[in-house]
Design a protein around this ligand. Sequence first.
Ligand SMILES: [Zn+2]
Length: 108
Amino acid sequence: MKWILIIWVMLIFFLTFAHKTKSADICIDLGHGGDAPGAPTYIPGFTEDSVNLMVGHRLKDLLDWDPSHSYVFTRLIDTELTLWDRAIIANENQVCAFVSIHHNGDSS
Ligand SMILES: [Zn+2]
């Protein structure tokens, strides 16, 4: 009975604190998303957020080839995140680097 109590306490401790010690090397932030499309592109129907999303998925495929680096994405779907949300994701994962992907437009 005493061991069951100890295991139960350890399980509660792990479930309470494990997510706070999770870490990743890199946080990759795909800019914009949801109702914030970002800059327009020269391709009709495409806005910066969708280009960022496509690049992010390709980058994820490349990162999956090398397991020596851990990573976390702020988003991999078309959803809107505040700057605060993005900072929370990075800080909760205790990342070493934060990379934000954008494709801003330029007429020249
Ligand atoms: Zn942008």
